[in-house]
Write a protein that binds this ligand. Structure first.
Ligand code: NAD
Length: 461
């Protein structure tokens, strides 16, 4: 069904429809705008019961030797591997990405579970002498809520599920209202693998997120989503002093120095911005090109954009954000080099030529297939402009001279800065945002520790 901007009212009703007498809500397939399935619309009382079950299961889970929990992580990975095709099909159905990419996402989750299972919780000996022995160890927090966005419905669990469970917590997964189906199926599969209450998937409408983040029975909220929602999560968590990790929005700059091999980097820069139709927190969202290479790289990007068909924008809300930014570019007379809306929620990759620095497309997070190309002469100026946004998630620097690139990288205000690549994540490497891009990190030992409290035991000799 083709989608027009004027259609907002009827569309929103369709997206949030409740079927009378049944507590479910409809999930929309972004590729067709048709209903993809129904998900349970959990009530507050049902959430309370799930949290109580998770609390009940937690002491037993924490009491298992850590090696037992490692085995469970492998068992979860095994069941995911055995059901990759079905889970990937659901991700495609609800999120819109091609099935080959969804398959990589699901396989990535099992890979991260296995790698996370290798991590150890450190024990620190603070003092060990004739007077006393003092040791600090890491203990579970209790019940963890994993609140996830819609861009990688299962991939986002890579950073939360394994570490939370390994550390001895039980987990309530709260997927996005737009993409609950794959998480629900994963939850069903895990019932055969894990003791009851260890992992529970809860789905519902717009009330559910705030209920979860304000729930007194939840000890830790591991949240990934927008900065605006992150602020609300943190405010809600304040009431019961729940711990939070917040992985929030980004507006990542890529700075391209004049010595790059244009043919080599142009394709990488294109996919840095347009993978997953631009709907990646760590996607390149502002591309700063030195004047010497600007025209050649811009031409190459326009050519690639013309040849590439992206998946749809994943939901109507995000589509509106992208089209609103495009409209703002048009209204202000900025140079739209290529791209625009196609049928339904599909958008042809949009490139905006050298808009002013205070343009909305430069200052705001687009989270979709529209990219501003920005010119600079002086690298000092590029660094200053790259840093002059509220976000600080990721960034990248591109140069034939690694030392020159490193000198720039060290000056960028971002949780992760890549040189000559972008968006490379590893189960061993912590990532997280500076400034308004978040609090805390995910992955690696540091990410694992975010699911623990410290307990110090001191023995007087
Ligand atoms: P969102 O903030 O709208 O929603 C995220 C999750 O929070 C969803 O499950 C949603 O249902 C839930 N939610 C909504 N309101 C809530 C509330 N008041 N309290 C608690 N939960 C609530 O974000 P989104 O549109 O799903 O995702 C896109 C955003 O996420 C972008 O800004 C993107 O940059 C960011 N993101 C960040 C990372 C990262 O690692 N830093 C990764 C992916 C996406």
């Amino acid at each position: 069904m083709p989608y027009s901007l004027e259609d907002r009212a009827s569309r929103d009703r369709a997206g949030a429809r409740r079927i009378s007498g049944m507590s479910t809500f409809s999930v929309i397939n972004p590729a067709t705008s048709e209903i993809a399935g129904e998900a349970p619309d959990c009530t507050r009382a049902e959430l309370d019961a799930m949290v109580a079950a998770a609390r009940g299961a937690q002491p037993g889970w924490a009491a298992l030797p850590v090696d037992e929990r490692r085995k469970y992580l492998h068992a979860i990975a095994d069941v995911i591997d055995a059901n990759v095709a079905e889970l990937a099909r659901l991700v495609t159905l609800e999120q819109g990405k091609p099935e080959s990419v969804a398959t990589e996402e699901v396989a990535g989750l099992s890979y991260w579970l296995r790698e996370t299972a290798k991590l150890d919780l450190p024990v620190t000996v603070n003092q060990d002498d004739d007077e006393r022995r003092s040791v600090t160890e890491h203990v579970p927090m209790g019940v963890v809520a994993a609140i996830t966005p819609w861009n990688y419905p299962l991939g986002q669990l890579s950073f939360k599920l394994g570490p939370a469970l390994l550390a001895g917590n039980t987990v309530i997964v709260k997927p996005s209202t737009f993409t609950p189906l794959s998480s629900l199926r994963l939850g069903e599969l895990l019932r055969d693998v894990l003791p009851a209450g260890v992992v529970t998937v809860v789905t519902g409408g717009d009330d559910l997120g705030p209920w979860v983040s304000r729930h007194p029975g939840i000890d830790k909220i591991s949240f990934t989503g927008s900065t605006r929602t992150g602020r609300d999560v943190m405010a809600g968590a304040g009431a019961s002093l729940s711990r939070v990790t917040l992985e929030l929005g980004g507006n990542d700059a890529a700075i391209v120095l004049p010595d790059v091999d244009v043919d080599e980097v142009a394709g990488k820069l294109f996919w840095a911005a347009f993978s997953n139709a631009g709907q990646i927190c760590l996607a390149t969202k502002r591309l700063y090109l030195h004047t010497d290479v600007y025209d050649r790289i811009a031409a190459r990007l326009v050519e690639l954009a013309g040849k590439t068909k992206l998946g749809p924008v994943s939901n109507h809300r995000q589509y509106d954000t992208v089209i609103d930014l495009l409209r703002d570019c048009r209204d202000n007379g900025y140079d739209i080099l290529t791209g625009g809306p196609a049928e339904g929620l599909f958008v042809r990759p949009i490139l905006i030529g050298n808009p002013p620095e205070d343009a909305r497309i430069v200052q705001e997070e687009q989270f979709g297939p529209i990219l501003p190309l920005l010119k600079f002469d002086d690298v000092e100026d590029a660094i200053q402009r790259a840093n002059a946004v509220e976000y600080g998630l990721g960034a990248s620097v591109w140069s034939a001279d690694p030392d020159a690139a490193l000198a720039v990288a060290r000056r960028l205000e971002a949780g992760t800065v890549w040189v000559n690549e972008v968006m490379h994540l590893s189960p061993l490497v912590p990532f997280g945002g500076l400034k308004q891009s978040g609090i805390g990190v995910e992955s690696g030992v540091a990410g694992l520790l975010e699911f623990t409290e410290r307990r110090t035991i001191t023995v007087k000799r």
